[in-house]
Design a protein around this ligand. Structure first.
Ligand code: FA5
Ligand code: MG
Length: 502
């Protein structure tokens, strides 16, 4: 499966911007590192370790959105690349596609039933992000390899659900919406980015205030009042399932079923609204629509804070794209928030994923672009959705992929986790590699894919091979530039992750 190492650029060699100054420009733009020569051999990388490893000394404290937090060097793992993104708030930028998408979704969940919160702080406690929601102590989401920590009890929220407890407690309206930036150490590909935007929604009914204490009738009455839609949606799932998707002990079957139906219809109406906008914008741009029918499906899911739970997926670019997770809220969250008599649902969706559908944006990195060729296409759309048009991509620049094979740190025996997975080989986790790639290369990497993994039969050491796909959205990368970046990635992998390049 592994291609020859050091494979030449697909097209990069033909690129015409290759010059020394182009290389140093990339170096300066993309990282705080000094430039390395374009080609280095593995042993050389190893001796540069001290010189080029840039794992920065953690600061004593960090200030995010004008609040200052003490740093614990044992926990701190937020790179400056990520810290710099905490101020961007794409969901609030006028005419930004993430903000436009937020507003369209808000229109489907109107006030006063749903109050909108768009300015909640991204720094939360481990209690808010995990404990209050019933995440078990050993949940992988808590690991430093998955989450950006400031200290042992303070982190960058990994999802908008971190605010559920406080908003249920405030209980200002029967429903709420949150939009916010969220942070995850995650893989690199076209639909994942370490900072993205979520929208959370919730709706409750109170047994103490609905007529006759009859929640089921109250929910069905509200369901009846919702508009209908004519989308065909695949949903083979039962309202709950004893093993796969259980009913909560304090809910009757009728209650869970009614709440689940209201939840699904509400979210389907959101999707219907998005697709109505897509269709109109295509018509405006003269694009024929309708040859392929819209495909949407519900699948069963699991979240510690809902049961039963589902995800909604949409067919996009030849695959199922997960756009949201949702379910009937765990009763303990409402009880702990002091509103035990309420029952309801919650959902969390990825705004970029929906914006990608809405505007036909092919790569999640584009949302962070400050390039006028990107931003200019949405100007004037906020407040006038009739101006919406599909995104016209820039010409696609050639990809340039490079492989890196290395021995994982630690000597043999690691066995357990697969190389891409959690645990096993001492401190190794794939997300650490992703972080190094982002730190060194910024947004010029399209994806990083594991190509091969094997364990040496005698020593028990594990070797893996990853392919890094270099492709800028904005310009052509030369083979020379990609080589320079790749060598620096390797140097950092040695210095920071303790791997041994093969
Ligand atoms: C959650 O974050 C849950 N908090 C959602 C939820 C809320 C469930 C309330 C139940 C009740 P999940 O990790 O699946 O779930 O993320 C939700 C959505 O965020 C995904 O469906 C996807 O659309 C988007 N998403 C997840 N990871 C990324 C990423 N790295 N980049 C962009 N979008 C992402
Ligand atoms: Mg999910």
């Amino acid at each position: 499966m592994i291609g020859p190492r050091g494979m030449a650029c697909a097209g990069g060699l033909l690129a015409r911007v290759g010059s020394r100054s182009a290389i140093s420009r990339v170096v300066r733009q993309n990282s705080p590192l000094r430039p390395l020569p374009a080609t280095v051999t593995a042993p050389a990388v190893r001796c540069w370790r001290a010189q080029y490893s840039t794992k920065p000394e953690p600061p004593k404290e960090v200030t995010i959105n004008s609040k200052t937090y003490p740093v614990d060097p044992e926990w701190f793992n937020v790179s400056s690349t990520i810290l710099n993104l905490t101020s961007r708030k794409l969901h609030l930028q006028k005419d930004h596609p993430v903000s436009i998408t937020r507003q369209i979704i808000e229109s489907v969940f109107p006030s006063p039933t749903y109050l909108a919160y768009n300015n909640l702080d991204p720094v939360v406690s481990t209690h808010e992000n995990f404990d209050s929601l019933g995440f078990p102590p050993n949940h992988p989401g808590r690991a430093k390899t998955d989450t950006y920590y400031i200290n042992g009890t303070t982190l960058l929220r990994t999802h908008t659900s971190a605010h559920e407890a406080e908003l249920f407690k405030a209980s200002k309206s029967p429903g709420y919406l949150i939009s916010a930036d969220v942070y995850r150490r995650d893989e690199i590909d076209k639909s994942h980015y370490p900072v993205f935007h979520q929208m959370e929604g919730a709706r409750v009914w109170d047994r103490n205030t609905v007529p006759n204490g009859d929640v089921v009738s109250a929910v069905y009455k509200d369901l009846e009042a919702l508009p209908k839609h004519d989308m065909i949606i695949e949903d083979p799932n039962p309202p709950f399932h004893p093993d796969r998707n259980p009913l909560q002990p304090s809910h009757s079957a009728e209650e869970a079923e009614a709440v689940g139906k209201h939840l699904k219809r509400s979210l389907e109406l959101m999707v219907a609204e998005i697709f109505k906008r897509v269709k109109e914008s295509h018509a405006r741009a003269g694009i024929q629509h309708g040859s392929e029918p819209l495909k949407v499906r519900w699948v069963e899911a699991y979240f510690p804070f809902t049961s039963p739970s589902w995800e909604l997926e949409v067919w996009y670019q030849d695959g199922w794209l997960e756009i949201l997770g949702c379910g009937v809220s765990q009763q303990h969250i409402l009880r702990d928030a002091g509103v035990a008599s309420q029952i309801g649902w919650a959902f969390g969706l990825g705004l970029e994923r929906i914006a990608m559908l809405l505007f036909q944006i092919p790569d999640i990195r584009l949302f962070w672009s400050r390039d006028e060729r990107f931003l200019g296409q949405f100007r004037g759309v906020e407040g006038d959705w009739g101006k919406m048009r599909p995104f016209v991509g820039f010409s696609r620049h050639p990809a340039c992929y490079k492989d890196v094979s290395f021995w994982l740190p630690g000597h043999g025996g690691g066995g357990a986790g697969a190389a891409g997975g959690r645990g096993g080989e001492g401190e190794w986790h794939e997300n650490d590699l992703m972080e190094v790639v982002r730190d060194v290369c910024g947004d010029v990497v399209e994806d990083v894919v594991m190509m091969d993994s094997f364990t040496h039969p005698k020593t028990g050491r594990r070797s893996v091979c990853y392919r890094v796909n270099y492709r800028s959205l904005e310009r052509t990368l030369t083979n020379e530039e990609a080589n320079g970046l790749h060598e620096r990635v390797k140097g950092e992998m040695v210095g920071r992750l303790g791997v041994e390049i093969r």
